[in-house]
Design a binder for this molecule. Structure first.
Ligand SMILES: [Mn+2]
Length: 452
């Protein structure tokens, strides 16, 4: 009898948990427009896609190589939210382990791709979690037939290079880095041991692959954007004279994490008054004053994909005439650039279209950055910036005017998908025009008041 009762109580508890989970999932789903593309199947907990997605990318890269060997190192690093894999390596493997290396050899008959992982370290693993041993399960999980330890790297590459003597640089260091890249370091050693080996660059191949997104990637970017938009909607409740920049930032970031975003896509910028004119104001520690603008450039990363949105709002809900004049010019410049977006157009053309409007309004010297950038695995994503845009690329359009003397900075930034025939706003969930922005702020105070 007691056992029966216990079972009944247990099943009730389980039902309650399930109902609660379903309700939560429902609430989260309500937040996203039904027209958004469905997310691809993600493998928890690291939020990577199925291994065949990455395998297909390696195949495409090997087709471009056609011969020789390419070595791609994991260059990921720890940040406050854990380990973040470097994007080239992640794009090709979906593997989020530190110290891993990918070797590709398209001319080989049987095994053309190799994943090398660092040796196990029981001491370190007590701190960072146990790593799997190499076996069937790991090969299946990562989709590699050949997984070795990194101790075999030099020997493997030397052996492959004797059969096809070209060593490709496919992953390029970011501008400004002065460290010799690990692949060139290894290639130098091998070239000093074997005669007739050439080292060649394969510039832009990986960048081009990364900048043209698959439908799954677009769905992931769209979700990152929706999470960011929700963060804005919650965070603006905290905008008021006497409010704190840091509260606005904290509210947005809280929403992102609650929605499954692992980390900010970049350090959030929340600057009021004079801080709105500092492009990358990092501190968010000022008290907002009546009559100022608040510039918020803050967005989430979801499943390794970035989003990048900026809104500039009046702290008291109403633009002054002077603020509105500047705001409208920035908005017009953004619209002019947006209307030009289509396959075949260059970034420079978009920049020129926006700049023309800002210059005509007399603010030319106060638009001090470029108009936009690619968005993907990184917020300032890889891509061939000097080549024409193509369908399935995602870019930002973010004109700005910064007037330090007036303590007034305006930036409006949205994420745009290049389509076959033109462009589509991906961040279409937040007001953009000055009138809409004021209505948004007014509706916010009403709902904030009615809650009291
Ligand atoms: Mn940006």
């Amino acid at each position: 009898m007691t056992r029966l009762l216990l079972r009944w109580v247990q099943s009730l508890a389980i039902a309650a948990v399930l109902l609660n989970l379903a309700a939560r999932a429902g609430r989260a789903a309500d937040t996203y427009p039904a027209s958004d593309p469905a997310l691809p199947k993600l493998i928890e907990p690291s939020q990577v896609q199925e291994p065949d997605v990455y395998h297909a990318r390696r195949e495409a890269l090997m087709k471009e190589m056609s011969e020789g060997v390419a070595v791609i190192y994991s260059e990921g690093s720890e940040d406050g939210d854990g380990f973040r894999q470097s994007s080239d390596f992640y794009f090709l493997t979906g593997v989020s382990e530190a110290g891993a290396v990918l070797v590709l050899a398209p001319k080989e008959r049987t095994h053309r791709e190799f994943l090398l992982l660092p040796s196990r370290d029981p001491e370190a693993e007590r701190w960072t979690g146990e790593r799997e041993s190499i076996g069937v399960a790991l090969r299946k999980k990562y989709g590699f037939e050949k997984i070795f330890r990194t101790g075999r790297l030099a020997g493997l590459v030397r052996e492959l290079a004797t059969r096809s003597p070209v060593l490709w640089q496919v992953s390029f260091p970011e501008a400004g880095g002065d460290k010799k890249p690990a692949d060139l370091e290894l290639y130098g050693k091998i070239s000093s041991q074997l005669a007739g080996i050439s080292t060649k660059p394969l510039p832009f191949t990986l960048a081009r692959m990364r900048s043209k997104h698959s439908p799954d990637e677009i769905a992931l970017i769209q979700r990152a954007i929706r999470i960011s938009e929700e963060g804005f909607r919650v965070a603006i409740q905290e905008i008021r004279p006497g409010g704190f920049e840091g509260t606005v930032e904290a509210e947005a970031e809280r929403v992102w994490k609650a929605r499954g975003a692992r980390r900010p896509a970049y350090a959030s910028i929340v600057g009021s008054g004079p801080n709105s004119t500092i492009l990358h104001y990092p501190k968010s520690e000022r008290t907002m004053q009546n009559g100022e603008l608040l510039l918020m450039d803050m967005s989430a990363e979801f499943a390794h994909y970035a989003s990048d949105i900026t809104r500039t709002l009046p702290v008291n809900g109403k633009f002054t005439a002077a603020q509105r004049k500047v705001y409208d010019v920035v908005r017009q410049a953004q619209q002019a650039a947006f209307e030009m977006v289509r396959p075949g157009v260059y970034f420079e053309d978009l920049d020129a279209a926006a700049r023309k409007i800002i210059e005509a309004a007399g603010y030319g010297e106060f638009f001090i950055h470029s108009l936009g950038h690619f968005v993907g695995l990184d917020v300032h994503d890889a891509g061939a910036y000097h080549e024409p845009l193509a369908a399935d690329m995602v870019i930002t359009i973010e004109p700005g005017i910064y007037l330090p003397e007036q303590k007034l900075g305006v930036r409006i930034e949205d994420d745009v998908l290049v389509t076959e025939t033109g462009a589509k706003w991906l961040s279409d969930g937040l007001p953009r025009d000055a009138d809409e922005v004021e209505k948004w702020m007014a509706a916010r105070s009403e709902s904030a008041n009615s809650r009291k």
